[in-house]
Write a protein that binds this ligand. Structure first.
Ligand SMILES: Nc1nc2c(c(=O)[nH]1)N[C@H]1C(S)=C(S)[C@@H](COP(=O)(O)O)O[C@H]1N2
Ligand SMILES: [Mo]
Length: 199
């Protein structure tokens, strides 16, 4: 008896398995910002992690540049339903930045220059899942896409990838960020289509 999987011989396009439910593929790189694009000079830029006990760990731009860079190639999924495949970035893994941070917190509230915030479990920033990205497609990350540096956490909907990132607040209890307070899902897994609260 032949056992033929429908996925193998069926009508699926090769990239179907990369498209989460309700999404479509785009080749553009749309810009989605809830406010004006802040301009942050690199010599004033700083990334700060504050732990639940109030301990601060800061990196200047020069210190960030001195850390080992990675080149993740990842698919992006925006809650407004576009997905973009195989985007290429340059940045520092959060594993590298958080490696020396002592914490018992389980949540992070991400803060951006300009005031945007978003929350996620701390473990979603670890194990090769998230970067502070400063390069895109072989060039400096453009200001409208979050330059000088943004969070990149591609396994969650793109609103979690805070542009113009300035730091992380590590929390024992989860706190909603900007879109999460406005009815968007607390976690935002595109594969489970967690767009809104209650999904
Ligand atoms: N600081 C900040 N980060 C942000 C946003 C924002 O408005 N401000 N928008 C989020 C949303 S809703 C999306 S879809 C992505 C869009 O990133 P892009 O403009 O580079 O496509 O950025 C996310 N990060
Ligand atoms: Mo978005």
């Amino acid at each position: 008896m032949a056992i033929v999987s429908r996925g193998f011989h069926g009508r699926r396009q090769p990239s179907d398995h990369r498209l989460p439910p309700g999404q479509y593929e785009t080749r553009d790189f749309p810009v989605l910002s809830a406010g004006p694009t802040p301009r942050i000079a690199r010599d004033l830029w700083e990334f700060t992690v504050v732990t639940e006990t109030g301990t601060r760990h800061s990196w200047t731009w020069a210190q960030l540049m001195a850390l080992p860079a990675e080149r993740p190639v990842v698919d992006l999924h925006c809650v407004t339903k576009w997905s973009k495949f195989a985007t290429t970035w340059q940045g520092v893994s959060l594993d590298t930045l958080l490696g020396g941070v002592e914490t018992e917190a389980e949540y992070a509230l991400v803060h951006s220059y300009g005031g945007y915030t978003t929350n996620l479990p701390l473990k979603d920033l670890l194990d090769g899942q998230a970067w502070i990205a400063y390069g895109y497609d072989g060039a400096d990350l453009a200001p409208e896409h979050g330059g000088p540096a943004r969070l990149l956490v591609p396994h969650l909907y793109l609103w979690k990838s805070a542009k113009w990132v300035r730091g992380l607040q590590l929390l024992v209890r989860d706190e909603p960020g900007f879109w999460e307070s406005a009815g968007y899902h607390d976690y935002g897994d595109p594969w489970r289509e967690q767009r809104y609260q209650g999904d």
